[in-house]
Ligand binder design. Structure first.
Ligand code: 1CP
Length: 351
């Protein structure tokens, strides 16, 4: 990374992530790659999702597409949270229209202990893709990511997407030895996968604990937080900004922010000024326009995005994003217009 003015370290995204003043509020969108873009659907034609993730030339192309089209301030690697599990030998697939499906769900100690340890050699294609992306992106940072232990565990235990996570919670409460064994392994996998991406050149990393918001605060604190905390501690030496994100996390935001992390991702349910009161004073915020709002008339989008920007000023740094991923039917032109709006926004009163 270069420290020259205008270089990567000076990018609006990294400055905001570190709580430093930025020339403009940086913006990117969770799930900006591989969702709403016709050019994505064209290159994915006939290629299975997880195969696409293992082909560096495709990963590079799909990761670059939203950067070229929207002019966002960060790229996110095209991959999936279950990819490292698959690469390590867990029998799973991403089924179109469903999501990740696990052939033999983890239900006992033997199955938990059979989850392989992380091995960077199994994801050499990620290193290759990240190296190439860093070269092509120049001054635009690349965000690496991983699923948090709890969210990964939910897929492994349920066997696929679930609304209530009943089997996951049953294991958490009813089989603590199995839970610990599984979560310990997933800490190694999440941290290992983030490390590989950062060492290959990713400028920041995000841990997606998408489903943690379905837990009671007590359960989150006792059964999940220690493992997510361990992931962040294991990668602290990398020196890249770390983002912690989940959905519907209002009630657990303070706990999520208690880990060693620079940026807190906030979903759309909590106004950013209130989020700032729940997290730690040095932490930047990322978010949080309701992803459904981009379907509203433009004057409404403009007003709501303006509100998000104004409330974001209460944090030492603000990275504009949606409160969760881009919805697949989103009009990409609206996202481009939104990026332009964020970049040209003039704050009402100087700070
Ligand atoms: O910008 C990007 O799209 C980057 C790539 C990306 C990311 C960051 C993909 C590609 N997946 C993810 C993360 C991911 N995957 C999360 C965390 C973020 C979030 O909360 O949205 C989760 C929970 C998953 C699991 C997953 N993978 C689901 C959700 C299923 C459920 O439980 O409801 C689904 C549908 C997938 C498949 C997937 N991942 C990515 C793509 C482009 C797709 C669709 C694959 C296809 O073409 O069929």
């Amino acid at each position: 990374m270069t420290d020259q003015p205008g270089g990567l370290a000076d990018s609006a995204f990294l400055r905001a992530a570190r709580g430093q003043p930025a020339p403009h509020v940086p913006v990117w969108f969770m799930r900006q790659a591989g969702r709403s873009l016709p050019e994505y659907r064209a290159v994915r034609e006939g290629v299975a999702m997880l195969d696409a993730c293992t082909r560096p030339e495709l990963v590079v192309e799909i990761t670059m597409q939203p950067v070229r089209r929207h002019g966002v301030d960060a790229a996110i690697l095209f991959s999936d949270i279950v990819l490292p599990l698959k690469a390590l030998g867990v029998d799973l697939d991403i089924v179109s229209g469903v999501g990740p499906v696990v052939a033999e769900p983890v239900r006992d100690l033997a199955a938990a202990e059979a989850i392989p340890s992380f091995d960077g050699d199994r994801v050499g294609f990620v290193t290759e893709a990240v190296n190439e992306l860093v070269a092509q992106l120049g001054g635009t940072p690349l965000v690496g990511f991983a699923g948090a232990p709890y969210t990964l565990a939910s897929y492994l235990i349920e066997g696929g997407p679930s609304k209530d996570h009943a089997l996951t919670k049953a294991m958490m409460h009813g089989a603590p030895d199995v839970w610990r064994a599984l979560m310990d392994r997933l800490v190694g996998i999440s941290a290992g996968f983030l490390r590989v991406q950062a060492e290959a050149g990713a400028s920041a990393v995000q841990l997606f604990d998408s489903w943690a918001g379905g837990l009671t605060p007590a359960d989150y604190r006792e059964h999940v937080l220690p493992y997510s905390s361990a992931v962040f501690e294991r990668i602290a030496d990398l020196g890249v900004p770390r983002v912690h994100f989940g959905v519907a996390t209002g009630e657990i935001l303070a706990d999520m922010a208690s880990v060693d992390v620079e940026v807190m991702g906030v979903d759309w349910r909590v106004p950013l000024d209130r989020a700032v009161q729940r997290i730690r004073p040095h932490q930047a915020v990322q978010g949080n326009l309701d992803p459904a709002l981009v379907f509203a008339p433009w004057d409404v989008i403009e007003a709501k995005a303006g509100e998000v920007l104004e409330l974001g000023r209460t944090a030492p740094g603000h990275i504009f994003n949606l409160g969760h991923g881009v919805l697949p039917s989103t009009d990409p032109d609206v996202l481009t217009r939104l990026v332009d709006l964020i970049h040209s926004y003039e704050f009402a009163v100087a700070s």
